[in-house]
Design a protein around this ligand. Structure first.
Ligand SMILES: Cc1cc2nc3c(=O)[nH]c(=O)nc-3n(C[C@H](O)[C@H](O)[C@H](O)COP(=O)(O)OP(=O)(O)OC[C@H]3O[C@@H](n4cnc5c(N)ncnc54)[C@H](O)[C@@H]3O)c2cc1C
Length: 328
């Protein structure tokens, strides 16, 4: 069993940023990451361009300088590796946290490789590992995917994209360029307001020219090996299909959070973990959440741009607790 003052689960941009803030305050911190550093960004589409400018993605006072205003995925991978090197962060990669148990004043953390004890715990596990799934026949067929990487394999294929937000629109544009026969099925009545304004005109012109077959007010009712059936305002239609990208969002691992003892709140705004908005401490004492996981199902409210600051408040709260006189 290894003892460390503070453990951060998740080596995404917000977990790294939280570690830097804790390190700055002299808190001995270890990041445990189940994949590689910034695993979620590694799994973005290969040619993804960020919607944020590089300064907004930068963390730990390490400048992120690229020629273009908005960096691409590969440039960000290089950048975050450099941040880890620059700040000499302790990151155990390819080690998954399996369980967390709170015992009196410490947490016992069991991973795929070891067992740790820590006084402070920050959960920064993001949401990208848990895609929302469809509740229709055929949703589990191997041809139904939740992550888009590259368009090349889909040349001359009939591809359905389910969803109408940025990931769906980006994938549709790339697939159309690669000569896929693209149909987009979206439950909204119009384009989602979250679609980036500089992307929408390009997408809309492809729809107007008939290069992308766009269906609003529509939902998929069945997927088979070679077809997709969907309904638009009560009218059912079946089309030939080879591949489906269900780009319908992601959600935090609520089972994991609950297993730690963190309360999950569901109300008319959605589902989200319970935490103090000033300190990011959850209802479990000395256990914090950082990054997009704090947004719960409403992932469009926290990004790298703002989630990178959570660590500042967390580090300050940990320091305050460390400096408080021990109760007799
Ligand atoms: C295509 C795309 C483009 C985007 N563009 C932008 C943009 O331009 N600007 C912006 O601000 N945001 C952007 N985002 C959103 C951004 O990626 C997320 O907000 C960001 O990744 C959140 O960082 P995080 O550290 O909270 O979580 P993540 O980056 O998801 O990191 C969580 C980490 O926790 C690890 N983990 C999970 N469970 C465990 C476990 N049990 N044990 C150990 N490790 C675990 C995961 O492997 C992962 O590395 C984009 C998202 C997508 C999908």
């Amino acid at each position: 069993m290894k003892t460390i003052e503070s453990i951060i689960i998740g080596g995404g941009p917000c977990g790294l940023s939280a570690a830097i803030e804790q390190q700055k305050k002299g808190i001995d911190t270890l990041i445990i990451e189940k994949g590689n550093v910034v695993e979620a960004l590694y799994h973005y589409p290969t040619h993804q361009t960020f919607f944020s400018s590089s300064d907004k993605l930068s963390i730990g006072d390490v400048p992120f300088i690229v020629e273009e205003l908005k960096p691409r995925r590969n440039q960000a991978l290089v950048y975050y590796r450099e941040v880890v090197k620059h700040h000499k962060l302790k990151v155990n990669t390819f080690e998954e946290v399996l369980t967390v148990r709170k015992m009196h004043d410490h947490f016992t953390i069991t991973t795929t490789k070891d067992v740790y004890q820590c006084r402070f715990l920050t959960i920064a596990t993001g949401y990208y590992g848990q895609p929302n799934t469809l509740e229709v026949d055929g949703a589990n067929l191997p041809k139904v995917m939740h992550y888009f990487k590259e368009a090349h394999p889909y040349f001359n294929q009939n591809v359905v994209i389910i969803g109408g937000k940025n990931s769906a629109v980006d994938a549709a544009i790339e697939l159309e360029k690669a000569n896929a026969n693209v149909t987009v099925i979206y439950r909204g009545s119009d384009y989602s307001p979250s679609v980036k304004p500089w992307i929408l005109p390009n997408f809309d012109s492809l729809v107007r020219r008939g290069n992308i077959d766009m269906h609003f007010d529509s939902h998929v009712t069945q997927i088979t090996e070679d077809s997709v059936t969907f309904e638009t305002n009560g009218v059912s239609k079946t089309i030939d299909n080879d591949f489906v990208f269900a780009m319908i969002g992601y959600h935090p691992d609520y089972d994991f959070l609950s297993s730690v003892g963190i309360d999950i709140n569901t109300n008319s705004y959605g589902t989200a973990p319970v935490y103090n908005k000033d300190t990011y401490e959850t209802n479990v004492e000395n256990c914090y959440i950082a990054g997009v996981i704090a947004a719960g199902n409403d992932a469009n409210t926290i990004f790298i741009e703002n989630g990178k600051y959570h660590g500042v408040a967390i580090a300050q709260d940990i320091l305050t607790k460390k400096q408080a006189p021990l109760e007799s």
